[in-house]
Design a protein around this ligand. Structure first.
Ligand SMILES: [Zn+2]
Length: 55
């Protein structure tokens, strides 16, 4: 007796576009949009004006 294999049609899952490989960065409040704060261990800092904020 041949067993009928149950073959379910597998709908192709569309891969969601990965937004960004990086962590969401925050804009520098001083420099404005376009300048992100760099991620550090326990703080974020702006490499442009030196602004930083603790996490
Ligand atoms: Zn800045």
């Amino acid at each position: 007796m041949a067993e009928a294999k149950e073959k379910k049609p597998q709908p192709k899952k569309e891969k969601k576009k990965a937004a960004k490989p990086y962590v969401q960065h925050k804009y520098c409040p001083k420099c404005g949009p376009g300048v992100w704060l760099a991620e550090h261990k326990d703080r974020k800092s702006c490499g442009r004006c030196g602004y930083f904020e603790k996490k």
